[in-house]
Design a protein around this ligand. Structure first.
Ligand code: BGC
Length: 268
């Protein structure tokens, strides 16, 4: 396989499981050295398993703990990575979580927790990445001096009852991404989002764990299959590579058609 990201340093946040782990694996296959970020001490074993897997497949990776919602930890992560590898070329702003509740029962803590990781976390990491891209400038490794991929969701456009905090965070990611893409496109920085649909990961386990749940879920997916993490990882490689050099400030929906109003398939 051609290594389109050879020699590039990529931080993937929330990469100890799920979509983040899938992105880490695919970026490493494409030749990037990957920093597999995980948020809490208990996540180290899972992050190290992703790292070992990458190394066994001939790639390069290390794990690094950092809660992306905490500014001092984000600053420390970038300082450590830049100290060890010289720079950062790619950021996959992936870390995200759900704390679902009916709206009238949603606590401020649940609201702040989700917004803190999903939106503030993406802001803090993107800000540090952009600062580093500008400091370091052109290296000739890529047509852009840096690339950021924000992990959004189909819920940046699909309202989601019972998930107001999550949907608000992803709507926020959409306009933050577009705004900073506009601000830094003249500096040769590309910033885009991926909006996954239902990808089989721990975050939505309840939606596909039984045949009955799976059949319900498939009604929302015209392509009639649940996505896999490498569907997203491959999209991340494309957005990080020069193959997508003219793509900037856009959201790539990787959702098996979930945003195509599936209720109208045989109706309306
Ligand atoms: C959510 C998943 C959900 C999917 C489709 C994602 O952003 O995290 O829980 O299955 O959207 O609704």
């Amino acid at each position: 396989m051609e290594q389109k990201l050879k020699g590039q340093i990529a931080i993937v946040t929330g990469a100890s499981s799920g979509i983040g782990a899938g992105c880490a694996r695919e970026l490493a296959k494409a030749g990037a050295t990957v920093i597999v970020n995980y948020p809490v001490p208990g996540g180290k074993a899972m992050a190290d398993a992703v790292v070992n897997d990458i190394i066994q497949n001939g790639g390069m990776a290390i794990s690094h703990k950092c809660d992306v919602s905490r500014e001092e930890e984000v600053l420390e992560m970038f300082e450590t990575v830049i100290g060890q590898f010289g720079t950062v070329d790619i950021l996959v702003n992936n870390a995200g979580l759900q704390k679902d509740a009916p709206f009238t029962e949603m606590t401020l803590e649940q609201w702040n927790f989700v917004l803190g990781v999903n939106l503030t976390g993406q802001f803090l990491c993107a800000r540090e990445a952009v600062k580093e891209f500008l400091r370091r400038g052109d290296t000739g490794k890529s047509k852009s001096i840096g690339k950021i991929i924000c992990m959004s969701s189909v819920h940046e456009v699909i309202p989601w009852a019972g998930h107001a905090n999550y949907a608000a965070s992803k709507g926020g990611v959409m306009l933050m991404m577009k705004t900073i893409a506009q601000e830094f496109a003249p500096k040769k920085i590309r910033i885009n989002s991926i909006a996954p649909g239902a990808i089989a990961t721990p975050i939505n386990h309840d939606a596909w764990d039984t045949q009955a749940h799976l059949q319900e879920l498939l009604k929302l997916i015209p392509q009639k299959r649940v996505g896999q993490v490498d569907d997203i990882g491959k999209a991340a490689v494309w957005l990080a590579s020069d193959d997508s050099d003219y793509v900037n400030g856009t959201t790539l929906f990787v959702d098996g058609g979930m945003t195509l109003y599936p209720g109208f398939e045989d109706n309306g």
